[in-house]
Design a protein around this ligand. Sequence first.
Ligand code: DOR
Ligand code: ZN
Length: 350
Amino acid sequence: MEITIIRPDDWHVHLRDGELLERVARFSAYQFSRVLVMPNLNPPITNTALCLDYRDRILRGVPGELDFNPKMSLYLTDQTSLQDVFDAASCEHVLGFKLYPAGATTHSEQGVTRIAPMMRLMEEMAKHDTVLQVHGEVTDQHIDVFDREAMFIDQILLPLHEEIPDLRIVLEHITTRQGVEFVRDTNSNIAGTITPHHLLYNRNVMFSGGISPHHYCLPVLKREEHRMALLDAATSGNPSFFLGTDSAPHTRQNKETSCGCAGIFSAISAMEIYAEIFEQANCIDRLEGFASRFGADFYQLPYNTGTLTLEKRNWKIPLYLDGPDNESGDQITPLKAGEQVSWAVKAGDG
Ligand code: DOR
Ligand code: ZN
């Protein structure tokens, strides 16, 4: 059995920079035509000029023959200016601004500390049809880590959407039933991306047989009822939910340590894993909408002209992506490392 779909897009990915970029970016380019690249480098990508340089570095890190078109999100800070919004709105490569609440996740220290002073900027974004991509978690350390997304929706997102209903918002990597309901029950200016790992796992996997740093990401995995809500949403055919892997590579050294980084690297087998998930849910026919059409519709971009063919064939995801020196610990552990997956990319065209 095989399926051929319009070449898909990944609307949320971390490609990093330097040597790590050169190791990981090609995997996204093998599978996806457009990717929305997150700006949480250190220092962050806060304006269009920095972002165009970064985009050039990304393109240099990817084999030239691949059809790969990185789109960019700029890092919103307390210092972002109206001029930054105008510049972004007039650049075809920039699709929006990423709101990281300060302290919410990896390299978010320079993120937004208070929403109220940002309203003027967000009105301007709405006027220019610039999208706000949101990491939706409150950062108050007193709030239970499993409740932070639901609380962010109540305290920040609902009031923001009410105040500026024209602002188009993507709630990135939704992880809860409340995230699903927020996206489903608001107008078409609100969308949500869903990762493969939040579809595959509930929070038990982080603690099964011992602590498992390679299953740690943010927002953290939740209870089974939330995973089920995400699975329903992703496979429902509702165009407000679309693909964003949140593939976020870290070296084993930085994951397997006393205070490991958040992030799961899925770019080497993302489409195969999504295909397996959709097939198991008896709706492989809905994969194309989720992976190749709904995101493009939301971002008001044409569908890709190429295709991707996936075939039913078992193969084993490698244990590690090797570093320059295999023994150095500079390896990257992918999602489902060492496990079998039943779909494989057969051919890409375009
Ligand atoms: O798990 C995550 N990793 N969540 C994020 O929000 C950031 C990302 C990263 O950059 O590693
Ligand atoms: Zn991310």
